[in-house]
Design a protein around this ligand. Sequence first.
Ligand code: NAD
Length: 474
Amino acid sequence: TMAHSKALLVLENFIGGKFVPCSSYIDSYNPSTGDVYCRVPDSGKEEVEAAVKAAKDAFPIWSSKSPLERSQILNKLADLIEHELEAFAQAESKDQGKTIKFARTVDIPRAVYNFRFFASSILHHTTECTEMATMGCVHYTSRAPVGVAGLISPWNLPLYLLTWKIAPAIACGNTVVAKPSEMTSVTAWMMCKLLEKAGVPHGVVNVVFGTGAKAGEALVCHPDVPLISFTGSTLTAQRITEKSAPHCKRLSLELGGKNPAIVFDDADLTQCIPTTLRSSFANQGEICLCTSRIFVQRGIYSEFLKRFVAEAKKWKVGNPSDPTVDMGALISKEHLEKVRSYVKKAQAEGARVLCGEGVDSLALPTGNQKGYFMLPTIIAEVKDESCCMQEEIFGPVTCVVSFDTEEEVIGRANSVKYGLAATVWSSNVGRVHRVAQRLQSGLVWTNCWLVRDLNLPFGGMKASGIGREGAKDS
Ligand code: NAD
């Protein structure tokens, strides 16, 4: 209705330091209620063209600033976001469906830290030099910004992942055109409101909102954008690779995963069980690093399952803004249906659903009846060839299977197309390192999950990505 539409939040593109309205808009839903609450610009070639031009014009001045000047601006921006942490967290939770608890403790603090980290890191970049004393020569390398960087980010950790790209790009003197996911654009727009106050010159950071097919592709195909840094699905990355090939663009691709957790019979289950619950279900299982295949050694398999399922049943699912809730809503109705369809396929194949979807009932508060919720779901006795063990589900569904030997489990863990992250649980130090070395995975955690120093290179093997992000790697 008209009355209803008046209350909608309407976003605008941010180009050359100004908010610019767009000629058409996309509806954005609140995943925890199912209501349209926001309108996002449906940008295309024209808007991308204007943003690239603004970024190109800003490049000569921005790239000639000293690292210290840029560092101070990044720190100021971090302070300004931190000052509004609660407002950002509320907005992220409403837009994405994630719990307010997660947005407050993970998403927004990390977005702040991304700027602080690169503000500091840029001051310590050094280059290589070698001397050819006998020739009286010195060789050295120098690092230079590339120009306008195109940054494309997904919906699962909206501001967290977008700032993880913006911060290094501008710290190094590039200017950027960013395109957040059309499903989660609000916090990027809120950040734009702080750029001027932080001292970011006009045109250094431009944000164009819209779909991947229109706005994203216009950015990927633009001849004046020599670099695309993308985080999202493997399928989209293939399309980006094709579209950018004629321009020989530099690509950084952070993609999907099908991450295994390997639990040996000498694992400390008092640590392993709560951590593996988090690694399976945190942020509704919508983190690229989430565990979705759990291999448990035969001797402790039934004990593990019993305790794991009992703990999963204690997770509280519901209104994301309730600070006691552990799991919020999935991003969209379509995504919820897709995640559910995997559970049905597993059942049809003869696997056992031990808790969650289709087994337990979910009681939701009155205001959330139309939200996109499901319970943490654990499936056992799934075959390795099943799509549930091969494809990225990206929701609160995890498969548990048993294994006998170290050799066997390494082979089975590696038998998927992805290679992003893995977790190994054992109290045998030798085994932990031996297994980690042989897993085809960009990152291996042992006896922990999601602990990471941003200095380390981050990225995937196989279909999980190309390139690395982190300190100098970004
Ligand atoms: P997605 O690939 O559908 O979309 C990601 C972004 O790309 C969005 O902004 C989208 O609008 C844009 N896009 C879509 N089509 C495009 C095109 N043709 N050209 C240019 N841009 C296009 O992914 P998603 O569903 O938003 O995110 C979930 C995926 O992201 C999962 O696969 C997850 O594993 C992955 N992910 C990876 C990491 C990592 O660091 N490796 C981190 C988070 C998420």
